[in-house]
Design a protein around this ligand. Structure first.
Ligand code: SF4
Ligand code: SF4
Length: 365
């Protein structure tokens, strides 16, 4: 029998899944456009399409460096401006509604959620990692976060920050990331596959133990006014909320879920059989955030933020397509046997890059 799509706006699950799919489609479209943009550069052609700025959302370290540059100079750098702004949108979201970025927007969070479903199909009540193993493992992501913050905010001075931001390494960081995944090595494939398998046995393995971005958002989320809150007078301690929580939080044992692992996914609220026992609300339960409103806030921050960034000229970067071709040569990213029109291509290069290209062509003969 075909199951009917039930868009139940009173449940977090339905509305949230809808938003997740919208963001996933957006990421796929961005990825497709960026792939075409890069493919044309690789054969020495000026791309017909523009580079989609949203791809910079996948450069969190560059965004953190941009943030320090902004603190130092009050300038949004024009290499990856949208990277910094997307980082700020995500931070604002975490300050408002816990780690909702992970459960509404992040495609890896979406994949993790599917793997949690598989986990619960296999292990009906869900496996929990012993706390003596769980706590030390959770420190890994905080260790990585401390490493990045220390390296960027304490070790890099103003000169080094600017030098990095305008280096060809940073300018082509997104292109190199794409090439890494489109021409993936055996080691990387095995690593990704192992993480997927581990996530089937240990819920949210990547997000819980390894993601430094999630660690950062978890710290911000302590300040979030909206948290899952339990009304002890109504709760019957049935424990259903504990079973469905992808972060293995013991919701039934707490009044306010403070945990840095809470994604504000609302699964516990949806599953609770007692009306009014659980909600996602502000302190003293003055304002309860309904599913549709939570989705609206997420979409508003991202689409409104991107709109403002476009209007103020801080969305597209300032690297021309000709500059991209020159940087591609400098970083040996041109597919020399597949160059379409060598004379036309060379015409786009400055003298230094022409010499580099000639050398590369001789080396690869
Ligand atoms: S599901 Fe609801 S009633 Fe059951 S333990 Fe959790 S909060 Fe209490
Ligand atoms: S406590 Fe509730 S909202 Fe938070 S992660 Fe667990 S199920 Fe989701």
């Amino acid at each position: 029998m075909i199951k009917k799509w039930n868009f139940n706006t009173t449940k977090f699950g339905c509305t949230r899944n809808f938003i997740q799919v919208i963001f996933l489609i957006t990421v796929i479209v961005i990825g497709y456009k960026f792939y075409n943009f890069t493919a044309q550069l690789e054969i020495g052609v000026i791309p017909e399409i523009d580079r989609p700025p949203g791809v910079e959302g996948f450069l969190p370290i560059s965004a953190l460096i941009s943030l320090k540059y902004f603190f130092q100079t009050r300038i949004i750098n024009d290499v990856h401006p949208s990277g910094l702004l997307i980082f700020l949108f995500i931070s604002v979201l975490s300050l408002l509604i816990k780690k909702s970025f992970c459960s509404y927007v992040c495609p890896i969070g979406f994949l993790s959620e599917i793997l949690v479903k598989i986990h619960l199909k296999i292990f009906k009540r869900g496996l929990r990692v012993n706390k003596f193993i769980d706590y030390p493992l959770r420190l890994i992501k905080y260790g990585l976060l401390i490493f990045f913050i220390y390296s960027i905010f304490f070790k890099m001075n103003k000169f080094v920050i600017k030098q990095f931001l305008y280096s060809s390494y940073n300018i082509l960081a997104d292109i190199k990331m794409l090439i890494f995944f489109s021409d993936i090595t055996m080691t990387a494939t095995i690593t990704i596959f192992s993480l997927i398998i581990l996530s089937v046995f240990i819920r949210n393995f990547w997000c819980r133990y390894l993601c430094p971005y999630g660690a950062f958002l978890g710290l911000l989320s302590f300040l979030s006014p909206f948290k899952v809150r339990r009304n002890e007078k109504v709760c019957t301690s049935c424990g259903r909320c504990d079973t469905v929580c992808p972060s293995s939080i013991k919701v039934s044992k707490t009044r306010n879920v403070l945990s840095d692992e809470c994604f504000a996914c609302g699964k516990c609220v949806d599953t609770c059989p007692e009306k009014g026992a659980l909600d996602l609300s502000s302190p003293s339960k003055k304002f309860s955030l309904k599913p549709v409103m939570a989705c609206f806030v997420v979409v508003f921050i991202f689409s409104g933020g991107a709109f403002l960034a476009r209007k103020t000229g801080n969305w597209q970067n300032g690297i021309s397509k000709t500059d991209y071709l020159n940087y591609m040569v400098e970083n040996d990213l041109i597919n020399i046997p597949k160059i379409q029109d060598l004379n036309k291509f060379i015409g786009h290069l400055d003298n230094r890059r022409k010499r580099i290209l000639m050398q590369q062509m001789m080396d690869k003969r």
